[in-house]
Design a protein around this ligand. Structure first.
Ligand SMILES: [Mg+2]
Length: 206
């Protein structure tokens, strides 16, 4: 778990520390040195992940571009169409964007993980990076399941709409929150909110 210190003592934090939006990022070794010092507040920073389709984006319009193209659904060529079709078609879900911004403002590290296949994936990554101000290297394709990646990233919290988002997060030891899927989504499978006793984010359809 990474730690942050809010600035409390002028001149205390030097050299080894990196300022991040008003907080000071440090290492566990430095934490040991500083915990006894008064006026330094330790704030735990969490690794927070978001799914893409029906979580950050209402992306049915991008998928429709794939289905309407002359490609076999879910083939390499299909994904090549879908993954370049978010700009101008997919709609950012404002309720989930707000959650992401709240985490950013708290100094948390944001990851985005999609189960899409990665063909032409750089276009989707650049789009998401720009829309949500998330570093491109924090955006991942995990078509074979998200659990291992979440373990590697030491994910603390994951937001997703699909049953597999919840179970993958739980398998990785993370807290999972269910995002509501729009009734207008073309995808209707793997959606049983509350099935695993997970908290559901109300009013997160859009
Ligand atoms: Mg999804």
């Amino acid at each position: 778990m990474k730690k942050f210190f809010r600035r409390g003592l002028e001149g205390l934090v030097l050299g080894t520390l990196i300022f991040v939006s008003g907080c000071v990022k440090t290492t566990p070794a430095v934490v040991e040195e500083l915990v006894d010092v008064q006026d330094v507040q330790v704030v735990e920073v969490q690794n927070v992940g978001f799914d893409v389709d029906d979580t950050l984006l209402f992306s049915t319009p991008a998928f429709m571009k794939g289905f309407e193209s002359d490609t076999r659904p879910f083939s390499k060529e299909f994904w090549e169409v879908v993954n370049v079709s978010d700009p101008g078609n997919s709609i950012v879900k404002k309720s989930v964007e707000k959650i992401l911004i709240d985490h950013q403002e708290a100094g948390d590290v944001i990851y985005i993980i999609t189960a899409r296949k990665p063909y032409n994936g750089h276009v989707m990554k650049e789009y998401l990076s720009e829309e949500f101000s998330v570093p491109i290297e924090n955006i991942y394709f995990a078509p074979d399941g998200k659990t291992e990646l979440m373990i590697d990233l030491e994910m603390d919290i994951f937001y997703g709409d699909a049953d597999t988002d919840i179970t993958d997060a739980y398998d990785a030891g993370a807290i999972a929150y269910r995002i509501e899927r729009s009734t207008e989504s073309s995808y209707t499978e793997k959606y049983n909110p509350g099935k695993y006793g997970e908290p559901i984010i109300e009013n997160s359809e859009w």
